[in-house]
Write a protein that binds this ligand. Structure first.
Ligand code: UD1
Length: 429
């Protein structure tokens, strides 16, 4: 059994360099199959989710070469098996981006229903609505495969009922080579949506308005190769910012786009931290107490749902009672609070609202990472706690954070990875 062991008490101090954005990388890797020439992508985070996506590309027949730890060459000009089987799709949510890109390339896509973090019901009705508007039939067929087909893709005017990152990206991927103009309204404005649009434009696409509520796509016939650098990861940066504030530390979080971090900085400042902004870095430190705050997760530019668990971990030790509203996902996004309670936190959850009554200290305990960001929250809680916290199910964390323990150790954290034989396993003969 693999675990992280965190000895609490260290103040995080120093500089940490942020890796490329997971969610941008996953969209962009899927988009490489729209190019009829090779692409070189730099600043790809070396994490389990990107490994799965590269495996999907290889299994389809693309040539994939790692030029260095964070640079990948993808030549998807010839694909021998353009589909995504269950064994890959179950491992991450973003496998469904191959629906959009395969449709864009071949007008035909077969992708197994996606896995990913269990954050409650995660429907894909808006993706399907978008594909259908472009002229596709979409069915769930034998074996849980989403099967989409089109004679041709024709531009359309699509209004999303919900601002969905996944639907915006997927429909953009399908529409980029459609005949005529596609207008997408009420789209997601997250930084990774903009990064994907920039990537596609660098391949020769004509996409305007990414980052606003309306995206306009003039379909093009051909997309070529490109050399592109992925943006820094907003959520990894936010996680280290919260870890710095939570431990009363002083950390320069470098290689970031501070504009992407504004909603996180604002809440950290309210909670008593100091956040200094530089061109491509933010410095976070805290000397006084952690203040209680109110916080509601919202689509970008609001406070990201992917930072909610880390923030709650910090607020467990605030002076006073904080109120957190999860408005993006269902209350499964609070599943991890039971784990924080094991460490002495006082949290009441009622539907989409968590009431966090600050306690003077957390105490180390064995806990589980219930999903990716909840896992990061457990690490932050462990750093703040008195004693030792052992975190199980760390595969969730390793899906999304590059060199997490090494980066924490460089900042002075006492964290280690251990792999113990599982006591439930029969002994090898
Ligand atoms: C993406 C991110 C995830 C992040 C989330 C919200 C990736 C790979 N994952 O997930 O880390 O937490 O954005 O910022 O980029 N919805 C529908 N119908 C749909 C699509 C979505 O009802 O067709 C709902 C979802 O259930 C959820 C909300 O819309 O309640 C937002 O989901 P969405 O933005 O699509 O999240 P993901 O793309 O799954």
């Amino acid at each position: 059994m693999e675990k992280y062991v965190v000895e609490g008490g260290a103040r995080l101090c120093g500089t940490v360099e942020i890796s490329g954005a997971k969610n941008a990388a996953l969209a962009i890797l899927a988009a490489t199959i729209l190019a009829e020439e090779p692409c070189i992508i730099e600043n790809i985070p070396n994490i389990n989710d990107t490994s799965v996506s590269l495996k999907i590309l290889k299994d389809m027949g693309a040539t994939v070469r790692l030029l260095d730890k964070n640079t990948v060459y993808v030549d998807a000009s010839v694909l021998t098996s353009p589909m995504v089987p269950y064994e890959h799709a179950k491992r991450m949510r973003a496998s469904y981006y191959y629906l959009g890109s395969l449709l864009g390339r071949y007008h035909k896509a077969d992708v197994s229903m996606p896995g990913g973090c269990n954050l409650g019901v995660r429907p894909i009705d808006q993706h399907i609505k978008g594909f259908r508007a472009l002229g596709c039939t979409v069915d769930i067929v034998q074996g849980g495969i989403i099967s989409a087909r089109a004679q041709e893709l024709v531009g359309s005017h699509i209004y999303f009922e919900i601002s969905s990152v996944g639907a915006t990206i997927n429909v953009m991927l399908a529409a980029v080579k459609a005949e005529g103009v596609t207008i997408l309204e009420n789209v997601a404005k997250e930084p990774h949506v903009v990064d994907l649009a920039n990537f596609l434009n660098s391949m020769g696409a004509d996409i305007r308005g990414a980052g606003t509520d309306v995206i306009k796509i003039h379909g093009v016939k051909h997309l070529g190769g490109t050399n592109y650098t992925i943006i820094p990861d907003q959520i990894e940066a936010g996680t280290f910012m919260v870890a710095a504030a939570a431990t009363g530390g002083d950390v320069l979080v470098s290689n970031v786009i501070p504009k992407h971090l504004e909603s996180i900085s604002e809440k950290l400042i309210k909670a008593g931290a100091v956040v200094e902004e530089y061109d491509d870095a933010v410095r976070v430190y805290r000397h006084g107490p952690i203040n209680k705050i109110t916080l509601k997760t919202l689509p970008h530019p609001g406070f990201p749902t992917d930072m909610q668990p880390q923030m709650v971990a910090m607020l467990c030790a605030a002076e006073g009672t904080s109120v957190i509203t999860e408005s993006v996902f269902e209350n499964n996004r609070f599943k991890y609070v039971d784990e924080l309670s094991r460490m002495g936190a006082h949290i009441q959850v009622d539907g989409k609202i968590a009431v966090v009554e600050g306690v003077p200290k957390l105490t180390g305990a064995p806990v589980k990472a219930t999903d990716l960001r909840a896992g990061a929250a457990m690490v932050i809680a462990g750093l703040m706690a008195e004693g030792v916290t052992e975190i199980e199910d760390i595969y969730h964390i390793e899906r999304g954070y590059e060199d997490f323990l090494d980066k924490l150790k460089m900042l002075g954290a006492d964290v280690k990875y251990i792999c113990k034989p599982d006591l439930d396993m029969p002994e090898a003969l």
